[in-house]
Design a protein around this ligand. Sequence first.
Ligand SMILES: NC(=O)c1ccc[n+]([C@@H]2O[C@H](COP(=O)([O-])OP(=O)(O)OC[C@H]3O[C@@H](n4cnc5c(N)ncnc54)[C@H](O)[C@@H]3O)[C@@H](O)[C@H]2O)c1
Length: 368
Amino acid sequence: MSTIGIALVGCGGISLQNHLPGLALCPDTKVVALCDADAKTLERAKAQTGVQVGSTDYREVVGRDDVQAVIIATPNFTHAPIAHGAIAAGKHVFCEKPIAMNFAEARDMFIAAEKAGVRHMTAFTYRFVPAMRYFKHLIGQGAIGQPYHYRSCRLQDWGTRSIGWRQVQKLAGTGEMGDMLSHRIDYAHHLVGEMSRIVAGTKRIHDVRDGQPSDLEDWATILAEFKVGASGVLESSKVATGRGEGAFSQDYVEINGAEGSIVFQLEQPHQLQVTRKGEKSLRSVPVPREFLVWGKSTRNPAQGDPNFSFRYDQNFEFIDSIRNQRACQPSFFDGALAQRIMDSAAQSSAEGQWIDVSNASNELKQKS
Ligand SMILES: NC(=O)c1ccc[n+]([C@@H]2O[C@H](COP(=O)([O-])OP(=O)(O)OC[C@H]3O[C@@H](n4cnc5c(N)ncnc54)[C@H](O)[C@@H]3O)[C@@H](O)[C@H]2O)c1
């Protein structure tokens, strides 16, 4: 197949940190057009990439003939309109998480992409951590047997600094829930399966961040029951004082099953902690070489910082799925399923009661 042309919509933090280096590793793939609503950011991205085609209006780039695929890396409230614009123009779409402001929007994006026959992908980046891939493999092999408990904990300290659009409900939809917990909801779906019911709590600690009002939660937690009978506890905070930020702060997942337990920590991307029935403590297990990169990714796992370089494999997955005309993993289906849980968590937090989520995937399948 000839070169795949990409339009990058949104040229802020995540585009420059993840998508550009990720796309650079993909054979016969070229960023041909840029879009950012902010003219200065657009000019900076043009200078950095050497890509001369650009616009502050996504409609001027997504329909171009030399664009086959669109990456959406903008604030959450813009994802759905940009995705629909790209899908209507017949382009493949890779959208940042959370893919939408609510389940109805996410479901419509999934349905539109399926009907148009384009590839669709959700940026649940941490599925690409080698240790997470090996975790999934071990569970598939039955290493821990019947799962009893899923536990995830994401602790960061963002203090009271301004976090821009992320602290404004009409721009972000949710706070810590969509920003951080969404990935951990996806881990839960990926590793344990669908949930049957949940009860949730959210809390805003800071009403003002750096002089700007915040109307979104800094902390979110979900207590879950899974269809396979396991229980789950998911917690995520932006205000875990002294915990630091980013790849080296706490991102922990543990699953206990009838035959053993496995622990994942993001700061150790090439290692798991494992224990088996009869043992008394966890031991470190290195991730085998075949799990260090995703599929046929051309990335050399020995090069670069392993705490960041795994992120580039998600771009490889998107491009490879286009080239081989197969579904992406994770897709808009996964993005919408996580959104369904987030909507129910917000409802549960407001109403103070358990919510049945057992029909979530059927709601998606029936509509598509
Ligand atoms: N997958 C991950 O691990 C991960 C990590 C960080 C951010 N994200 C997601 O990526 C998205 C962007 O986050 P970010 O940190 O890069 O934000 P950012 O604020 O750094 O960048 C967003 C950019 O989008 C531009 N923009 C705003 N509205 C636009 C529009 N209508 N059209 C074109 N450009 C527009 C802004 O000017 C800005 O340059 C969010 O959805 C966020 O949740 C995902």
